[in-house]
Design a protein around this ligand. Structure first.
Ligand SMILES: [Fe+2]
Length: 223
């Protein structure tokens, strides 16, 4: 049986309300919301298939335990910060694609994934200005960005990436042991450090969303 990517995340109607760039100019190149929604759905399916391919060193669980979690939390933050949810969702699905396709790209995956995303979206007819915003969001996702230091979409996706490591400790322990080949204490200490660093870097609205999960994982890892 061929696995399916599961239910789509709920999309707020604010995705359509925020179709304007920072300049206030429309950048839709005649492409309506439903066509852009279809592009997002096909992107998500493509990423799901890549995660389930033999090339993905992070394992098929990467889709549900990391990518989907980042999209979910980035969109929740996006609702709070008034960000463009469509840009967030596309960046959320595509931001690790280079590393999923080739783990050797891990170190440079934000820049390489941004290039892949830009090319893929333009090939699908996605508006060029919005494709550029998705690429910018991907290129800057590796560490949480503070409010005011980037576009709201960049703040949301970079924060959600850090949040995902706090709320899914089982996956990240598996990652430490299996992908990074760490021993027990080393892998546990790696996750402790990530959880501490990520929590310290989160903006207050992100902390408000995952405060309970942070306290639970802190106890679980005995920080
Ligand atoms: Fe990443």
């Amino acid at each position: 049986m061929v696995a399916q990517p599961g239910p789509e995340p709920a999309i707020s109607s604010s995705a359509t309300h925020r179709d304007r760039g920072q300049s206030g100019e429309e950048d839709l190149q005649g492409l309506g919301h439903s066509s852009r929604r279809m592009i997002t759905v096909t992107v998500r399916e493509h990423v799901f298939n890549e995660c389930n391919s033999g090339k993905n060193a992070f394992g098929p669980a990467f889709f549900e335990q990391h990518l989907s979690v980042v999209v979910e939390y980035a969109m929740r933050l996006g609702g709070t910060l008034g960000a463009d949810l469509e840009i967030i969702e596309l960046a959320g699905w595509l931001r690790d694609i280079a590393a999923v396709q080739d783990v050797a790209a891990l170190r440079r995956h934000p820049v390489l994934s941004a290039e892949i995303a830009r090319r893929m979206l333009l090939e699908k007819g996605y508006p060029s200005g919005r494709a550029e915003r998705v690429a910018t969001c991907i290129a800057s996702h590796s560490a949480p960005i503070e409010t005011g230091n980037g576009r709201p979409e960049e703040v949301c996706v970079s924060s959600a990436d850090a949040m995902s490591q706090i709320v899914r400790p089982a996956y990240w322990l598996c990652f430490a042991f299996q992908v990074r080949r760490r021993g027990f204490a080393e892998g546990r200490d790696w996750l402790r450090q990530r959880v501490e660093n990520n929590w310290a870097a989160l903006i207050p609205p992100a902390r408000a969303i995952i405060g309970k999960e942070y306290r639970q994982v802190a106890e679980f890892l005995r920080l």
